[in-house]
Ligand binder design. Structure first.
Ligand SMILES: Nc1ccn([C@H]2C[C@H](O)[C@@H](COP(=O)(O)O)O2)c(=O)n1
Length: 233
């Protein structure tokens, strides 16, 4: 086995790294979990996971009691240029307008009022235009959003669910996308879950897996008492 001189332990304690060189095989693993601190992380978010994750995070802002949809528009430099989620129009109180799916007449349903996530993402754009961009969206766009996407010059649609594929709105959207040369494809995530755990973060500790706590768990308190020997364990 290769015997390199590598730090016995590298702990981040406050603002300085502590290290102690020793002759150990190159298997020196992080304290409390199995990450090798000498190697680049391989389980970082891929771009597409990051963008779909942003779409899902945006969806969590939605007040729709049934379907929360988010969208994220990205340019060819992988820069986010717009995000949105389904909600009532600006200035129209979402305590006044209905969230019902059903009503005596359509005016009593949310469908007459709610702005779709895709529409909001386009309108919320922070660039001069979204030509040639990609939109990540949780649900396949309806025909009305397809028109907006096409007119805005977006060229790629990456969706998570096509659960309304049999509806005319979805069929019409696909007809228009095909004619306009907008490519659409289903998102295939590498990892099924992305967990954000606000309590997992620990700035005193460099080798954190946000949201992926080790069995032992970890806390700033425990770290304060951490010695180099602890780190080497
Ligand atoms: N591509 C889509 C599809 C739907 N939405 C919004 C519109 C409504 O707020 C909700 C759908 O309600 P449901 O019929 O599932 O009760 O989702 C969207 O923003 N984008």
């Amino acid at each position: 086995m290769k015997q390199d001189t590598i730090p016995k332990a590298v702990c981040f304690n406050g603002s300085k790294f502590l290290s102690e060189p020793t002759n150990q095989p190159e298997t020196s693993l992080a304290p409390h979990n199995t990450r090798d601190l000498t190697k680049k992380r391989e389980d970082y978010l891929e771009w597409s996971e990051y963008f779909m994750g942003l779409a899902f995070l945006s969806a969590m802002r939605s007040k729709d009691p049934v379907s929360q949809v988010g969208a994220c528009i990205v340019n060819c430099d992988n820069k986010v240029v717009g995000v949105g989620y389904n909600g009532m129009p600006l200035g129209c109180s979402d305590d006044v307008l209905p969230w019902n799916k059903y009503g005596q007449n359509r005016l009593e349903t949310k469908y007459m009022y709610v702005c779709h996530a895709e529409m909001n993402a386009v309108l919320n754009k922070i660039s001069s235009d979204v030509k040639g961009c990609t939109i990540y969206v949780a649900l396949f766009p309806c025909n009305e959003c397809a028109k907006i996407i096409i007119q805005a010059g977006i060229k790629h649609v990456i969706y998570m669910s096509d659960k309304h594929a049999s509806k005319d709105e979805t069929k019409a959207a696909k007809i228009m996308f095909d004619l306009a040369g907008v490519e659409y494809r289903k998102f295939v995530p590498r990892q099924k879950k992305i967990i954000i755990d606000f309590e997992a973060i620990d700035w005193n500790y460099p080798n954190q897996d946000l949201g992926q706590k080790t069995d032992e768990g970890r806390s700033a308190d425990g770290l304060e008492n951490l010695t180099l020997e602890d780190c080497a364990k």
